[in-house]
Design a protein around this ligand. Structure first.
Ligand code: ADP
Length: 265
């Protein structure tokens, strides 16, 4: 029942998604007929080489950018054609974001940043949210940093603040765009473990864009994009398996005389 709009097993879904940038000779086909669903309670990695369409897919799935053609759902809500205000409210209430560049507000302290999505919604945190935020702050080791500004924190700490902010309202769906891209490997592993815990322990659906096989190996499922198309949809893979697949498919497309079967896996 992958194609019904009421599929409760999917936190987000796109159908026959196409995205074209520019016109004439400058025309770029960033996505070319992608159909895929993000399953609830799973940590899904969206992998692929630079330029394969990963960020475009994530931005359209999250309602941050519009498709050229095709349909998009967040949960059971079709977002294709929703107005800006409805989209903004939907994103704020149902989706969390973690970005490579952290995207914290420099003038707000740690707690101010964590509370931002709730403040923007024009309300105070509920008792449940307060308790959740206290728990996140504690488990993320931010308790003694609450009055610090982002520039007073390490990269790893800033990304943990961004994760606390993304999880504060317990959104069904969290999008992470290269969340470990600016981190050392130890901080990166911590961030990946936190994202995994959000899926495993709290049943949240995590979709992470990455080009790093080590990061993608933390996910339950790996989607491979190439040239704007979905090339493969695989269950949990080791970093070595992911690298081998990437290498084989990239070699295959670079030299049409070498078939995928001839490339060592
Ligand atoms: P990835 O995230 O896998 O690196 P992107 O989704 O960023 O890939 O880009 C896919 C393709 O679309 C690339 O060829 C890229 O140059 C192009 N592209 C992305 N954003 C724009 C834009 N705003 N204008 C024109 N081309 C774009």
């Amino acid at each position: 029942m992958q194609n019904t709009s009421t599929d409760s097993g999917l936190a987000a879904r796109v159908h026959q998604l196409t995205k074209t940038y520019g016109t004439g000779t400058g025309r770029v086909q960033a996505l070319d007929g992608v159909s895929v669903g993000i399953r609830r309670g799973e940590f899904t990695a969206i992998m692929g080489p630079s330029g394969s369409g990963k960020s475009t897919l994530m931005h359209i799935m999250a309602g941050l950018d519009a498709a050229t053609a095709g349909r998009v759902w967040i949960g059971d809500t079709e977002i294709t054609g929703l107005g800006d205000l409805d989209l903004t409210l939907l994103r704020r209430r149902r989706v969390g974001f973690v970005f490579q560049a952290f995207n914290l507000v420099p003038t707000l302290d740690v707690m101010g940043n964590i509370l931002l999505p709730i403040d923007l919604d024009g309300r105070r945190p509920t008792a449940i949210e307060r308790a959740r935020i206290d728990g996140l702050v504690e488990s993320l080791g931010l308790a003694d940093r609450l009055t610090h500004r982002p520039h007073e924190l390490s990269g790893g700490q800033q990304q943990r603040v961004a994760i606390a902010r993304a999880l504060a309202t317990a959104p069904d769906l969290v999008f992470a765009d290269e969340p470990t891209g600016n981190l050392d490997s130890r901080s990166g592993r911590e961030v990946l473990a936190l994202l995994r815990a959000a899926a495993v322990e709290r049943g949240q659906s995590i979709a992470m864009v990455t080009h790093d096989p080590v990061a993608a190996a933390h996910a339950d499922r790996v989607l491979f994009l190439g040239d704007g198309r979905l090339m493969a949809d695989k269950p949990r893979q080791s970093a070595e398996q992911i690298s081998a697949y990437m290498l084989a498919t990239e070699l295959g497309s670079a030299d049409p005389l070498v078939s995928a079967e001839e490339v060592p896996a």
